[in-house]
Design a protein around this ligand. Sequence first.
Ligand SMILES: [Fe+2]
Length: 278
Amino acid sequence: MEMSVPQRPQIGSLPLRFGYSPADQAVWRKGDGSGLEYRSLGLADASQGLLDAQLVRAAKAGVRQGWYDPSDEFHYLQVLAGSLTLRTWDGERLTLTVGDAVVQPPFTLNPDVYEYSDDYEALEFASKGSFEHIDRFREKHGLTRTSEAPKEAVITHDTPETYITGDGPRSFFTYRDLGATAASNRRMHIHVVGIADQPPGGTGWHTHSMDQFFMPITGWLDIWVEGLGKVRMKRGDAMFIPAGIRHNVTEFTRDYTVVEACIPTDYDTLDATDPAQD
Ligand SMILES: [Fe+2]
């Protein structure tokens, strides 16, 4: 696919380049003999190493040593299929199933051993770096910390009560907060977005002041991105759009849901002109 999405001077919080990682071109690499396979979503390259995102899946049920790299400043995991059982520092067994998500600051969950089912699949975000770009962005815009990062992992579950209609830029979407906002000190907001009401002909052309990452979980959407054209995205297709890049979501299926990361948490959404009329 031709990619001539404009490279603008940095206006978001990350030095992010546009990126698209379709599921039908996925490269899965074998793990370390544990039976897990990994698919990089390309975010590390696009963000110059500040953030990373990957899908992980099990080729067979198993047990793995080492839950995550404790040097990660921020770690997020969302179960997309199957289940994962891990132990807390207190020795408690904790099982995460489809839709459960965990945000963990360093050293909060026991990195010793975890078990996964044969159909396990999850999305992970990690920050290896210091998030200093995001901190600088926040200072520049006078954003203050409204909460201190929790010392414990934050676990959320996919239940109907966790979805709030209109709790985001669009009144016709419903939003489930996945708990990253406080854990990241408002540097990243992660939510699942679904359709509450029939959208009035899509979102229209718009931009955000944040950098965003998103990947459909169910259903599909048609998105137009300036310089790229129209893409139909379905489960496992991941896209990252830098701040200021015009886009327009014109069509969704009724069962459409997407996981989206907004970096930083606080941002504006502005209507934009159709690039075809430039
Ligand atoms: Fe958008």
